[in-house]
Design a protein. Sequence first.
Length: 392
Amino acid sequence: MPSSHRDKFIAQLAAAVSAGTFAKLTLGKYRGADPTVHNLHVRPVTLKSGPHLALVWRHATQDITKNLPPDEAIALLSGLIGADFLHAHLFAGNTVTQFESDPGGRSRLKTTAATAVAANTGHDREKQHLIPADSRWLRDLGVTNPHGQVREGMADKYRQIQKFAEVFQHLTAEAGLTAGQPLRIADMGSGKGYLTFALAGLLGGRAVIRGIESRPALVETCNRIARENEFTHLSFTAGQIGALPAPGTTDELDVLIALHACDTATDDALAYGLKAGARLLIVSPCCQKELRPQLTAPPVLAPALRHGIFQERQAEFVTDALRALLLEWAGYRTKVFEFISTEHTAKNLMISAIEAHAPGDPGRRDRLREFAAFYGIRTQRLATLLQLPLTV
Ligand SMILES: C[S@@+](CC[C@H](N)C(=O)[O-])C[C@H]1O[C@@H](n2cnc3c(N)ncnc32)[C@H](O)[C@@H]1O
């Protein structure tokens, strides 16, 4: 028989999972060892191998997802509830059960009708979002409808916008680009402008933001929407990233972003950001094709690399790892992480770089050359732009 509030809560969770009424579980008030963890969300998923629970750990700059069989998931959650996470909300059937404990071991358990609680949590969740759902620009870009509701098919984009705003806020704080300080930002390959507008909305008049995009029609639309929203600090320019004139003193930047700019456009953007003196660089690379013809598999990997998908993943890994090593050589501290859970988009790898130390360290240079040589890489766009030969 369950005795404590915690045991009763876990028993309710197990019963809801086995009865198929389990909708979701959120764990908050984190008190564990990892300071980057915010909360943990759990929901049911059906995989080929049968029903599972998807556990999504939300960190400051990334989501980490684990799909576990129900029994394993419940065993893991039992150890977390009331320990690492002091609060837990279970949504099952038409009820919500709240378990709350404090570090002293006192706890309470309350079950409420789902409709009342869902309304509250929906409201709370909205308040936590950095970008208000009723922002006019979200509607103008087609993400929300006139009632501020996310349009069908735009949920992933909406979530990406919110997550990017959150990641941006953390990274600027980490880079010492403190709140209130004016920021000069360039967004290379700004596309339809979703993330560029997110920054404009987030930062208001504090930032001067320029989007660069090769498709003139998108530039025209984004400039019109910026005007209509009276974002006088936001503008878009048509152009190829790699063909931009070298930045002069009036082009200095604090932050360079390039999200999903294709293939070597990411390298062109990074090189521009470095030359423009950006303290923070944020890129989310896409379609890493450049190195594929050069990649030679070490003999032991050859049988595995018969498979095209592994070759593709290896090219992504080698390209992005080399970019991070080059940025470190250029004087930056890097982080490579998934900025949004893979269930929302496959294009989720992010590299952030914060100016941290003197550039040109020979030890770093030698190590990155060894890495390149291991994979048979002789040239890579960012290395070329930084005038660092990969072979000697
Ligand atoms: C996949 S979209 C991403 C748009 C936006 N950054 C986002 O993440 O929502 C990539 C955009 O980069 C633009 N692009 C690709 N290569 C470029 C280049 N060399 N110069 C300028 N724009 C480029 C494309 O036209 C496209 O609109």
